[in-house]
Write a protein that binds this ligand. Structure first.
Ligand code: XMP
Length: 304
């Protein structure tokens, strides 16, 4: 059944007003889910809402600046928490553990901000597939299953919890939000930490960010559901005539309707070759580039 956007927005705003009897914060990630949520919450409770953007250091290249610019009309609070996240992730290699550490660190940062602002409520843009995958034990999506048990908020409000991604985009358009936000590729809450196999380090973050920019530049014109770079580990290569032991970058580009299943995109060989040449050329620390052909299932979209 098609979504009645107006009705949905009215109901969501009524729910937010009913649940939030004081000040609230909302975590903005730059994605469409949290943006729609912030928009609805702002309409519902006005200045009682403070949008918070936490720069975890796990974002794509230049993304923080872009988010601050996009939300310049909101009274956005930006928190620089890169060191806090890197420290918390030190030595963590297990994927589920990583997700929990990132989820917990986000919550602790939000709690600190909420205290400073005097907010009792946290509004989140959790959508239906996030809940299903967390409840089904597939992955702990950081804004659901990755949350710690003891959370210092009077309430957590999730107005989009029954929507699929394409419905969220429909609501975004219905609300007249900028096309750049409506069309943004999904981006996972734990950010680049799930696109770095093994321990998250500054070096790997830096490499994956630069490779990812190239992947997006080359592949966004093909209209993927998601396209990104991940760093797998190290392998031997040869650059000039010397042995180069460098990072292996995996390129992932998938088509999907709702992220519950996905297919690897059949990209032109030329495009793939160009990406490989550009990444190994422009990111000297990379010795090898591979393209992930795995559909979901049996793979997942993200690597961890
Ligand atoms: P997977 O990797 O499970 O991802 O096939 C399905 C979709 O969800 C995104 N994803 C997340 N989104 N918090 C989120 O908000 C998370 O922890 C998370 N993990 C994965 C992923 O990018 C894909 O669109």
């Amino acid at each position: 059944m098609a979504l009645n956007v107006e009705q949905f927005a009215d109901d969501a705003m009524a729910e937010i007003r009913r649940q939030v009897d004081g000040q609230a914060i909302i975590g903005l990630s730059g994605g469409v889910d949290s943006a729609v949520c912030a928009f609805l919450a702002h309409k519902a409770i006005g200045d009682r809402l403070t949008p918070v953007y936490v720069d975890s250091g796990l974002m794509r290249e230049n993304e923080s600046e872009r988010i601050v610019e996009l939300f310049s009309k909101f009274r956005l609070v930006k928190v620089d928490a890169q060191d806090r996240f890197l420290n918390a992730l030190k030595g963590v290699t297990d994927p589920e553990e990583k997700r929990k550490v990132v989820g917990e660190t986000f919550i602790r940062v939000f709690e600190d901000e909420a205290k400073r602002i005097g907010a009792d409520y946290l509004i989140q843009g959790t959508i239906y597939p996030d809940r299903i995958e967390s409840e089904g034990g597939i992955k702990s999506h950081h804004n659901v299953g990755g949350l710690p048990d003891n959370i210092d908020f009077k309430g957590i409000v999730e107005p989009l919890r029954d929507l699929y991604k394409d419905e969220v985009r429909e609501v975004a358009r219905g609300l007249g939000m900028p096309e750049e936000i409506c069309e943004r590729m999904p981006y996972p809450g734990p950010g680049l930490s799930v696109r770095i196999l093994g321990e998250v380090t500054k070096e790997k973050l830096d490499v994956v960010q630069r490779a990812n920019t190239i992947v997006e530049e080359e592949l966004l014109p093909f209209g993927p559901w998601q396209a990104f770079a991940a760093v797998l580990g190290k392998a031997t290569g040869v650059k000039g005539d010397v042995r180069a032991y460098g990072w292996v970058i995996a390129v992932r580009a998938v088509s999907s309707r709702d992220a519950m299943t996905a297919d690897a995109m059949e990209l032109p060989w030329d495009a793939l070759k160009r990406i490989s040449q550009r990444i190994t050329g422009e990111v000297p620390e990379v010795s090898r580039v591979v393209y992930d052909l795995t559909p979901k299932p049996p793979g997942t979209i993200e690597f961890e």
